[in-house]
Design a protein around this ligand. Sequence first.
Ligand code: FE
Length: 199
Amino acid sequence: MPHDHDNELDPMEARLRALETVLTRKGLIDPAAIDAIIDTYEHRVGPRNGARVVARAWADPDFADRLRRDATAAIAAMGFSGRQGEHMRAVFNTPQTHNLVVCTLCSCYPWPVLGLPPGWYKAPAYRSRAVMAPREVLAEFGLTLPDSMTIRVWDSTAELRYLVVPMRPAGTEGWDEAALTDLVTRDAMIGTARALEPA
Ligand code: FE
């Protein structure tokens, strides 16, 4: 990740780190087990839900329409709801417009569909630069967009969380939802990447 220069701990992270150290020294927790749990929510359970939402939107125009009009209800109908996902909005990438999600104030993030936010999402550098210089930030993530493409930046709040629906990759005509799901990454749903191309 090109964001590891941003390694200052905020006060809450510092306290968590201290607490984890104490509990580990006392033999009460196993940091490796905690890392495994966090990894699960960061990379597996969470984003997998969002990927299923996106794949369904690609495969089913009626669902895409419902997702556009009332994302909270459409996502809840798939069984994904709960804390930090009470008020959702889906923003659809098009050939003209790319969407990028940030939380400038803290780290608001749609947990039921994406799991826990990655470290860089919470980092001050991402939170400020995604708004001031989104094209540069995307390029640092390896996503270089033509100048003709508009970038819309969505600032998450406690009231409203965003899910980016990336464009469906070419060459996936006729694919079923399960196969499409595998192309939808966490970063594509934050807007720092495209969906994967078919292998
Ligand atoms: Fe926040």
